[in-house]
Design a protein around this ligand. Sequence first.
Ligand code: NAD
Ligand code: IPM
Ligand code: MN
Length: 350
Amino acid sequence: MTTYKIALIPGDGIGLDVTDATMEVLYKAGERFGFDLESEEFPWSCDYYLKNGVMMPEDGIAQLSKFDAIYLGAVGWPETVPDAVSLHGLLLPIRKAFDQYANIRPHRLLSGVEGPLKSEAFDILCIRENTEGEYSCAGGRVHQGRDNEVATEVSVFTRKGVERIIRFGFEQARSRRNHLTSVTKSNAQKYSMVFWDEVTREVAEDYPDVTVSHMHIDAMCAKMVMAPQSLDVVVASNLFGDILTDLGAAIQGGLGFAASANICPDSSVPSMFEPVHGSAPDVAGKNIANPIPAIWSGAMMLDHIGEKSAADAVLAAIEMCTSRGIGSQHSQNVTEEITAEILVAIEECV
Ligand code: NAD
Ligand code: IPM
Ligand code: MN
């Protein structure tokens, strides 16, 4: 039997609830499809920070490098630890250290889920650049007296970084409906976004079978609401992709439905899987978080490690539940109830 080593970082808030729910489902999928998940849990979180003064130990990345994949719940508890400390101490360094440059976020209505739009069905795959751009941590603050203080946040776009994410997007488009939308703000930003457009045009020459649209981020936001069915693969920079994917989550029914994968295509380092949402302090500890995006992200992990049939079955089980209205209810103990229904549905999907 194949055994996969999974590093679990439940993190903070609802991250703890949804990680437990996901692993229950994934272990069940392993039983049904004949593979083993050997998981090790790491308590790295804001609580860990309050006790140890760091979000993860100094050799944290080295520890994670021994695993086949990383599963993360959510990080952040702004009431006790500033986000700039927690996210820059755990989530963002992992994405960067393992060069997980493609953040894949699917946005579609699961069967039976009614989103806020009265639109036709849509199926968007957002590919977010995940290692550079607006998240490069370049810049600083210059103090020349309070009134003249200046803060800069420099976006760094490299040819290698832009080319590989655009190419990744084209490959995805080729396996889907052969359309790619590249999102920039090249009418206002003179350097980085013009560069992004140029690289996109160059890479497009290798994919004559894929049609390309160039959109500005503002118009793209409107399009995602007005005509989401017209979109296939959407490629965007780190910050634009971050914002667009919460919008994508909203049109698919809310943050309680959006899954994601942080992929490094080089299989010698682990990729990381996590729902799009955060630690949701307003619902944490109440057993009312929807575990669907976390479980869907778990299915993406199974697909990535090579267990495609199991991944398909987990997604089918999720949709079997949503088609019966499970996942959209707001009763007590929703986390446990939805998980239990998905566990039953997995038996039916095999
Ligand atoms: P959030 O995604 O945690 O919550 C936004 C809203 O969506 C809240 O009202 C929340 O209750 C709701 N929501 C989110 N997931 C839900 C689910 N599964 N079921 C039901 N409702 C759900 O965003 P936020 O409030 O801006 O951030 C809270 C903390 O999480 C902050 O510290 C933030 O930095 C962090 N964060 C972490 C990640 C991550 O770890 N990947 C992602 C986003 C935000
Ligand atoms: C996400 C989150 C993170 C991001 C934050 C918490 C740093 O919003 O994964 O979408 O911006 O990447
Ligand atoms: Mn986000």
